[in-house]
Design a protein around this ligand. Structure first.
Ligand SMILES: NC(=O)c1ccc[n+]([C@@H]2O[C@H](COP(=O)([O-])OP(=O)(O)OC[C@H]3O[C@@H](n4cnc5c(N)ncnc54)[C@H](O)[C@@H]3O)[C@@H](O)[C@H]2O)c1
Length: 463
């Protein structure tokens, strides 16, 4: 018998309790189909073939008060972020099979004679632009499909749309083992569909196909999903990554110029926090990237493939920061730069600022904070502001008042375990996290920021 006698005794009311608490650590092994505990370090049976050892552990503590168990269960996630081209070409099978990692599994899946089925959530605007190609893709691949077209905007990013998706998924009668939900759209669509998938039968695999620059470099890269709740940004959500994100830059050509700037805001964040080379790319080729909407360049001689380099570095630097901290257990996160004040600001002034724009207003103010702390000299501060303007990003907004900043930072303190955890640039492409920025420094930075960045009111000459 693998369960200890002490444990049995302690579990029985009235049984003799030991005086001193006793701690025993167990590993878990599966013998044939039954899992059981063995004391840590205890030898396993010779019949190794039949035995699976889990990484999970159970710690058992028996004391006079009773018994308690502590469970340590490492959870493993594996997902792919794949740069791809012509994803809607019917001959390209990425969207159908690209999420499967094991070649044997792909062979089995493709050999299966059962008709393929897919449930697709698509942003309404994207549906108007690409819906006929999406339908042709599934039709020509003989896939039984349901396409749910939704108005996924920041204002509609709520549980209502999540429930709407779940109802449709239920009536489609999805097989959650083999039929991943596919989300096609901007960050809002991917976040809503991702949350619905993570709730359906507790976790249904899903695939992200980003169609905006911001979702290409940011919302498709990490594990988070979510919706707004009670006027608060992304208040409900979870950390369930997709099985794969398939990135096809060609979608970006149809987004308006302002949306390119919006995405550049999140790219600039990574540049300022950790990559001077990325900052230089944005500084030198920003206008070109805006003009060409990140499509393959005809002017290769002057710009190289600036679009490809920019998106790749943005994704790689983001993955470096996210992968070791997928569940945000460590609250000291450089990727929070631009996200201390912007959630409050974005929701307060909806729909006047897009996500990346609100992030940039926050980053512009924080650049002044870094300068006020002596982390950036005037020239570095100016270079950053100039780069932001070159990318056509707002560096100030009337809604970003001193009162709003104070309120947002109080929230940050509350959710940061009593610490501010303020990421700040300490040079171009370098940063650190600070907990000791004084109110006086913030106020000084605010005054200078308003003085420099608030547009001057033009006084018209009197008639
Ligand atoms: N989960 C994450 O890790 C994460 C990371 C960053 C941002 N986000 C979220 O992403 C959201 C912002 O995403 P977004 O900037 O993509 O905004 P969005 O999803 O609202 O899209 C912006 C607009 O572009 C339209 N659109 C989408 N693709 C298009 C295309 N190819 N052509 C023309 N129009 C198109 C949409 O209809 C929408 O009106 C925010 O809600 C933010 O919280 C999530």
């Amino acid at each position: 018998m693998l369960v200890t006698e002490e444990a049995r005794a302690a579990a029985v009311p009235g049984a003799t309790m030991p005086q001193e608490p006793r701690q025993t650590d167990f590993q878990l092994v599966r013998v044939k189909s039954t899992w059981c505990r063995i004391k840590k370090g205890e030898a396993l049976s010779n019949d190794e073939d039949e035995i699976t050892l889990s990484e999970a552990k159970i710690g058992e503590r028996i004391s006079e008060g009773g018994i308690s168990w502590t469970i340590e269960a490492p959870i493993y996630f594996c997902y792919k972020v794949v740069e791809t081209y012509n994803i809607l070409e019917p001959s390209n099978t990425t969207l159908l099979w690209g999420h499967i990692t094991d070649p044997q599994e792909t062979e089995l899946a493709t050999a299966n004679k059962r008709k393929l089925r897919r449930f697709i959530v698509i942003d309404e605007v994207v549906d108007k632009l690409y819906g006929s190609k999406v339908r042709a893709y599934f039709r020509e691949n003989n896939v039984q499909h349901k396409i749910l077209s939704l108005p996924t905007t920041e204002e509609t990013k709520s549980m209502d749309l999540v429930l709407n998706i779940l109802q449709e998924v239920q009536s489609f009668s999805l097989d959650r083992r083999t039929e991943p939900i596919i989300a096609i759209g901007g960050g809002v669509c991917l976040d809503i569909a991702g949350l619905a998938a993570s709730l359906y039968r507790r976790r249904t695999p899903y695939i992200r196909v980003p169609t905006t620059l911001l979702s290409y470099v940011d919302a498709s890269v990490g594990a988070k999903n979510g919706v707004n709740f009670l006027q608060c940004k992304n208040k409900l959500g979870g950390y369930t990554p997709p099985v794969a994100s398939f990135l096809d830059r060609s979608f970006i050509q149809s987004i308006p110029r302002r949306h390119i700037s919006n995405g550049l805001g999140e790219i600039l964040k990574m540049a300022l926090m950790k990559h001077k080379g990325l900052f230089d790319l944005l500084k030198n080729h920003g206008k070109y990237l805006l003009d060409t909407k990140f499509q393959s360049c005809s002017d290769f001689a002057h710009h190289g493939d600036a679009a490809l380099q920019t998106t790749r570095i943005a994704i790689e630097t983001m993955l470096e920061e996210l992968a070791p901290n997928l569940w945000e257990d460590d609250l000291d996160r450089l990727v929070d730069f631009g996200h201390l004040i912007s959630p409050e600001l974005e929701m307060r002034v909806l729909p006047s600022l897009m996500h990346g724009e609100a992030v940039n207003v926050d980053m512009a103010f924080m650049t002044y904070v870094a300068h006020a702390r002596g982390l950036l000299d005037s020239e570095e501060k100016e270079q950053i502001l100039q780069c932001m303007r070159g990318l056509e990003l707002p560096v100030w907004h009337s809604g970003c008042s001193w009162t709003l900043i104070q309120r947002a930072l109080r929230e940050r303190l509350k959710h940061g375990g009593g610490q501010m955890r303020m990421p700040l640039p300490t040079g171009l492409g370098m940063a650190d996290i600070f907990n000791d920025t004084s109110e006086e420094t913030l106020e000084r930075a605010y005054e200078l920021w308003v003085k420099d960045c608030k547009p001057k009111v033009k006084v018209l000459p009197q008639a």
